[in-house]
Design a protein around this ligand. Structure first.
Ligand code: LRH
Ligand code: MN
Ligand code: MN
Length: 381
């Protein structure tokens, strides 16, 4: 039943969405931003309180470094949320200028590996079952380093991390076409990520960040393929227009988000195994409201994808009815699902309009008053 699926969906928000962010040209300071990871969780709990579908919060280490991770997890559960993916960060240290796990210097590689293993310790302490690995590693110039040797070093590090994963834990390998490396990136695409994960086994899966592809890439094909192979671990949802723009999911191209969810549902991926994570930064808009809007955009795309009449679609496809099959999909996309989602919220005891309810709650005015000197999301922090 469509309503049951929508009620069961879990959309994970990222701790870094609540901090100040910007581009390399300017980080804009907003009022009321969290001063520490505990306050980031408090803000994330607001998103869950008003949407009812965002009970998980991803951490980014070291942006969310604390002395006691079990205490942080306890704090989260006191707020009605839990810790989601642990995101490693081997891209913000001078040592990593020439790469982290693929660096030609063995000492730097060892340091990067130690961080990744520390992240698994944090998973143990917080109860997180997912480690998310993104490597900024790559080279800027032809000949700068040996492309094949870098793959060997990457494989070695992944082997070690994979071996450290406990029962019920997994890692998701994230790819990104370019940036910060501009000539060759070590994990530039889903194929590279897939090949490493395939070699390792079932605890290694690929994560699709919707901002990390060349313009025109058919992301829904990648989703369909990875799901079919059991290798789709989850999403970092955001909206891009040019590159890795980290804008609100479904903002510029809600139709693409729908097409992705259509493939997820068609491939049987609408389960807990496929993580629906947001990876966004709100540079110019208010952050908590921006997250609420994003969660709602993912919900709307999901609801429309669930509405597709699969039987009618299969019949049209089998009959070679090109226009009929396309019409079935478009009918679902063109349905206004907002009344359905409002109804589900009301039935769950929530306000049917999360944006308005949050605005009325006075939470923003409270944190704007109380919190002075909030932190950056991470970059340059
Ligand atoms: C890299 C990325 C990755 C990082 C996050 C902050 O562009 O998408 O997921 O951890 O941004
Ligand atoms: Mn990402
Ligand atoms: Mn990104």
């Amino acid at each position: 039943m469509i309503k049951d699926s929508l009620r069961a969906q879990v959309i994970e928000t990222p701790s870094w969405a609540y901090g100040n962010s910007g581009t390399r040209f300017k980080v804009f300071a907003q009022r009321g931003v969290p001063r520490d990871p505990f306050e980031k969780l408090a803000d994330a709990a607001q998103v869950h309180a008003f949407t009812g579908v965002a009970p998980q919060v991803a951490l980014h280490i070291p942006w969310d470094r604390v002395d006691d991770y079990a205490a942080l997890a306890g704090h989260a559960s006191g707020l009605g949320v839990r810790i989601g993916a642990i995101n490693s960060n081997v891209f913000q240290d001078d040592d990593y200028m020439l790469g982290s796990v693929t660096n030609p210097d063995a000492k730097v590689r060892a340091k990067a590996l130690e961080h990744l293993l520390d992240c698994v310790d944090i998973m143990d302490a917080t109860g997180s079952d997912t480690l998310k690995l993104w490597f900024s590693d790559g080279i800027n110039y032809p000949g700068q380093d040996d492309l094949r040797a870098r793959q060997d070093r990457l494989a070695e590090a992944l082997d070690r991390v994979y071996g450290r994963l406990g029962e019920g834990q997994r890692f998701l390998l994230e790819y990104k076409l370019f940036e910060p490396a501009f000539y060759a990136t070590d994990v530039p695409d889903w194929g590279t990520a897939y090949a490493h994960c395939l070699r390792l086994g079932p605890k290694a899966q690929v994560v699709v960040d919707t901002g990390h592809h060349a313009p025109g890439t058919n992301i829904e094909f990648i989703v369909a393929f990875l799901l079919r192979e059991g290798k789709l671990g989850g999403f970092d949802f955001n909206s891009r227009f040019y590159a890795d723009d980290d804008l609100m999911a479904g903002a510029a191209d809600p139709f693409q988000l729908f097409r992705i969810m259509f493939e997820v549902i068609g491939g049987g991926g609408f389960t807990e195994d496929v993580a629906f994570m947001l990876d966004q930064c709100h540079n110019i808009e208010p952050k908590i409201a921006g997250q609420i809007r994003s969660v709602m955009n993912v919900q709307e795309a999901t609801a429309k994808a669930l509405l597709v009449d699969r039987e009618a679609l299969a019949a049209a496809q089998a009959a070679g009815d090109v226009l009929g099959a396309n019409a079935v999909v478009m009918d679902a996309y063109n349905t206004d699902v907002r009344p359905l989602l409002a109804e589900i919220r009301t039935e769950a005891g929530l306000d049917p309009d999360p944006m308005a309810a949050y605005a009325r709650s006075g939470y923003f005015e409270k944190i704007a008053e109380e919190r002075v000197g909030g932190t950056q999301a991470g970059w340059g922090a």
